[in-house]
Design a protein around this ligand. Structure first.
Ligand SMILES: C[S@@+](CC[C@H](N)C(=O)[O-])C[C@H]1O[C@@H](n2cnc3c(N)ncnc32)[C@H](O)[C@@H]1O
Length: 266
């Protein structure tokens, strides 16, 4: 892939053409009957009253986090996604860049992002901006795709898809993200959790195969190769019944250092 690839333009065109597709896939990608949205929401204290959902897409996280006395502000760059979010949930929603939030310093209790940290880059700029708007003691929790803890048998289906695509799905940022901890240095944030979980998406129809392949960022892949991947999945469902695609997720939680109290200093 060429250096200097315009990810901003690619993501804008992708989400304008397919609003809601991430939610469509993730709301059916389950572990023990639950989604990664539910897992991410569990990282947020019920006491958090003002929560920001960065790269909110069609607003699934906001609905997962909804509480009577809580405001969840959804932020995204794609108008098409925000229109869906607004139709499906309470909001408020704003069209803004996560790296330049129209929010006051130390004004929010928690920030979340489902699959946002792999697209909002560079990571240090993201952490710096999140650290600015979080109140001391507030957390930033996000999910990102990962490879571990997939079992070797999980790779067979993914490998079949990737072989037909002749390319790997890509993100603007690294996914097996060794860099996240380094990017925290100097931002006032520190890691408090880095957990991993396996999820599964079941393909049992041609529509499911189209959906999962259509949800991948594949900036260098031709339509012919995508069709080949879809057809391969459809053939497998005809021969073997439903096919399970495993998706490993990482939940990362960082904390903005609380202001040191007098007692703590003594
Ligand atoms: C993979 S989707 C995740 C959507 C949603 N969080 C979910 O999990 O259903 C990534 C989203 O990031 C948004 N996005 C990309 N860059 C952004 C930025 N700099 N600021 C805000 N949103 C951004 C895209 O418009 C897209 O809606």
């Amino acid at each position: 892939m060429k250096k200097g690839f315009d990810w901003g333009a690619y993501l804008a065109a992708f989400h304008a053409a397919r609003p809601g597709i991430t939610e469509e896939v993730l709301s059916r990608t389950l572990s023990g009957g639950h989604t990664s949205y539910r897992w991410l929401a569990r990282a947020v204290s019920p006491r958090a009253q003002v929560v920001v959902d960065l790269a909110c897409g069609s607003g699934a996280m906001g609905r997962e986090l909804a509480l009577a006395d809580r405001t969840v502000l959804g932020v995204d760059l794609a108008e098409s996604e925000l229109r869906l979010a607004d139709a499906r949930g309470d909001g408020p929603f704003i069209c803004a860049d996560a790296l330049n939030l129209p929010l006051a310093d130390a004004s929010v209790d928690a920030v979340v992002s489902s699959m946002g940290a792999v697209v909002i880059q560079p990571a240090r700029a993201l952490f710096t901006e999140v650290g600015r708007v979080l109140k001391p003691g507030g957390i930033f929790a996000f999910t990102a795709p990962t490879v571990l803890p997939l079992h070797p048998r999980d790779f067979a289906t993914s490998l079949g898809v990737v072989t037909r695509l002749r390319s790997l799905p890509r993100f603007p940022g690294p996914t097996e993200v060794t860099g996240y901890v380094d990017a925290l240095v100097g931002t006032g944030l520190r890691k408090v959790e880095d957990a991993r979980e396996r999820y599964h998406f079941e393909v049992s129809s041609p529509e499911d195969a189209e959906l999962i392949v259509g949800a991948l960022y594949l900036p260098t892949t031709s339509q012919k190769r995508r069709d080949a991947a879809v057809n391969w999945l459809v053939d497998r469902t005809i021969k073997e019944g439903p096919v399970r695609i495993s998706i490993a997720m990482r939940r990362f939680v960082v904390l903005k250092q609380p202001v040191a109290t007098r007692d703590a200093e003594l």
